[in-house]
Design a protein around this ligand. Structure first.
Ligand SMILES: [Fe+2]
Length: 313
């Protein structure tokens, strides 16, 4: 087709897409082309702005390594990850769900532990946290034998993959639900943490006057054949950034009660000082058990990254 005007371009691309054999591919690409072209029209995108956008997207890929995923950070920062999660869980967005973003820090093959184990491998002076979690199906029956993968940041706000000072797979572990659909583990209370600002995500947040903090949370991933694999995060009820999470991940179902205990005996006898507890319930939906490609595969080496926090204007 010889292009006569700006409308013709959209029509020409959509017509060519009809050649695609896979109907789902055709549907997704057609919607993407329509919205991208309409986006350029609505924003009256200049050539300079278009070239800036291409540079930004290229940079997202160039900065993505085995220990850092700038693409996932960017999707979260514009709310796309939260939207896709809510569209695909809770009866396709109709009911409350305990599903949440996968995030950029999940690693495959974390160590398997028995219930009650301590996943804090590196020495930490902070009060421990004792976590109990229950997995049920939509009818309220316990889900037995589910694999529950746990990962979270340290009390300084670093995941082990970012932090050469932490042991490999520190604050990560896999547990299996018992006859009551229950897992239990010991760790340390995580801190909220700032997203790295060195790439396009940092530039976009600065331009919007936003802070870059995630409220403190523990990640869960629940895998059981016959059920849709559920990624989840349970946020700390005492965190000041719950309602301004830079990744837009916090829902009411995922605000966990991180309870401080002082002067009470802890579940482990070696704990003499204060400690925290967290009890949380997850509901998983029938569906396909499938693991996505992990966003990172390794641990960083060299210096610890500098944590930089932006003020919210
Ligand atoms: Fe996280």
């Amino acid at each position: 087709m010889i292009i006569q005007n700006q409308q013709d371009v959209t029509a020409a691309v959509l017509a060519e897409l009809q050649r695609a054999e896979n109907p789902r591919f055709r549907e997704i690409m057609s919607a993407a082309v329509r919205h991208l072209h309409d986006f350029a029209r609505e924003a009256r995108l200049s050539e300079v702005e278009f070239h800036q956008a291409c540079g930004l997207i290229a940079k997202l890929g160039q900065l993505t390594t085995e220990s850092h995923n700038e693409v996932v950070l960017a999707c979260g920062s514009v709310g796309l990850s939260a939207l896709v999660c809510l569209l695909n869980n809770g009866d396709h967005g109709q009911t409350e769900t305990t599903a949440n973003l996968m995030g950029p820090f999940w690693r495959l093959d974390s160590p398997a532990y028995a219930n009650g184990a301590n996943i804090a491998l590196t020495h930490h002076n902070e009060p421990p946290i004792f976590v109990n979690a229950w997995v049920r199906d939509k009818e309220g029956h316990p889900v037995v034998g589910a694999k529950v993968d746990i990962w979270h940041a340290s009390s300084e706000g670093f995941y082990e993959n970012q932090d050469p000072a932490q042991a490999d797979m520190n604050l990560r572990g896999q547990f299996t639900t018992d006859a009551n659909g229950h897992i239990a583990f010991r760790s340390i209370k995580p801190a909220g943490y700032p997203l790295p600002l060195s790439g396009p995500v940092g530039a976009l947040l600065r331009a919007q006057g936003r802070h870059n903090m995630r409220p403190a949370h523990i990640h869960f991933m629940i895998y059981q054949p016959g059920f849709k694999t559920q990624f989840s995060q349970v946020y700390s009820s005492d965190d000041p950034h719950l309602d301004t999470d830079v990744q837009f991940g916090v829902t009411q179902a995922l605000i966990g009660q991180y309870v401080l205990h002082q002067g009470e005996a802890a579940p482990d006898a070696d704990v003499k000082g204060p400690w925290y507890s967290l009890d949380h319930h997850f509901v998983i939906e029938a569906g396909e058990a499938r693991l996505p490609k992990p966003p990172i595969t390794g641990k960083a080496s060299g210096e610890r990254p500098q944590l930089e926090v932006l003020a919210r204007r």
